[in-house]
Ligand binder design. Structure first.
Ligand code: MF3
Ligand code: CO
Length: 279
């Protein structure tokens, strides 16, 4: 729409880069509270609604371009801007990653087929704050191997979340995730990490999903971040397509992912992108 610009997160992005993110790189972790935290919660709850709308479209014959269009319109209808759109030149409003695509797949004209899996990654920006979540969905009826992969990805996200508590170390999230993946004989992607989020789309902390990582930082009340493990049926290695975004497994075997945005609370963790009433 003509007035989409008014929803934009960034005023200074001729090439889609975020000067604010570059400036903040490696800095300490912000503690959110009060009305700002409430705004992040609203952005996250609305992002959940948008993901559910996109995921409900998934069936054989639907294209990821059609999902992109519906996600885009649902975002703007809620007074939000789709965070991926023009973010470092990402060309669409949602990431759709099919089968061997690990993450950052670009919606296109291919029709989803019975037996595919598709990850839909929704991030949206509401009046100054981002929310971010993704889920992997079956297209039609899955076979046992795909059920195992997708179940493992969800179980790994939950294993990571279970470690979140004030005083715990960010580097230990990956230990829990990789230990859980190992039970399934499934590998964990090393190139992409969870991230702090708030006024910026991607900021500190950086949260690797693999074991024995060197991530900095101690969890504290008010930290807001994502955990988003990507797990592969074959090897963990990834390769980026010439489009500079699409990340694929190198062996062509399938990959799955789930993501939540959360906040560290006094007594544990609150999932901001889970289902709940919108206040
Ligand atoms: N959840 C994804 C991430 O944090 C969203 C990426 S959108 C993109 O990487 F524009 F960066 F592709
Ligand atoms: Co994310």
């Amino acid at each position: 729409p003509a007035h989409l610009w008014i929803l934009l997160p960034r005023s200074d992005h001729p090439d889609g880069a975020s000067a604010e993110e570059e400036a903040e790189r490696g800095s300490k972790i912000h503690k959110w509270a009060g009305e700002e935290l409430e705004q992040i919660k609203r952005a996250c709850a609305l992002s959940r609604e948008i993901l559910d709308i996109g995921a409900a479209m998934v069936k054989p014959g639907v294209t990821t371009d059609e999902i992109d269009r519906v996600v885009h319109d649902a975002t703007v209808e809620r007074g939000m801007y789709p965070s991926p759109l023009n973010y470092y030149n990402f060309p669409k409003s949602v990431c759709t990653s099919v089968n061997e695509i690990i993450c950052h797949g670009i919606p296109d004209a291919r029709e989803l087929q019975q037996g595919d899996i598709v990850n839909i990654d929704v991030s949206s920006f509401l009046a100054g704050f981002h929310g971010d979540l993704n889920e992997t969905v079956f297209v039609g009826k899955p076979d046992a191997e795909n059920v195992k992969l997708v179940h493992c990805a969800y179980d790994c996200l939950m294993a990571g979340i279970a470690t979140v508590q004030k005083g715990n170390l960010y580097k230990h999230i990956g230990d829990a995730i990789e230990a859980r993946a190992k039970i399934y004989d499934i590998s964990v992607v090393r190139t992409y990490s969870g991230h702090g989020i708030g006024k910026l789309f991607h900021t500190s902390p950086s949260i690797p999903h693999y074991a024995n990582n060197k991530a900095a930082g101690v969890m504290a009340v008010g930290h807001v971040f994502t955990i988003e493990p990507m797990v592969n049926l074959g090897q963990w290695q990834d390769v980026t397509w010439p489009d500079k975004w699409t990340s694929s497994t190198t062996d062509g075997k399938r990959s799955a992912q789930f993501e939540h945005t959360m906040v560290v609370t006094d007594d544990g963790v609150e999932l901001l992108t889970d289902w709940k009433e919108i206040g």
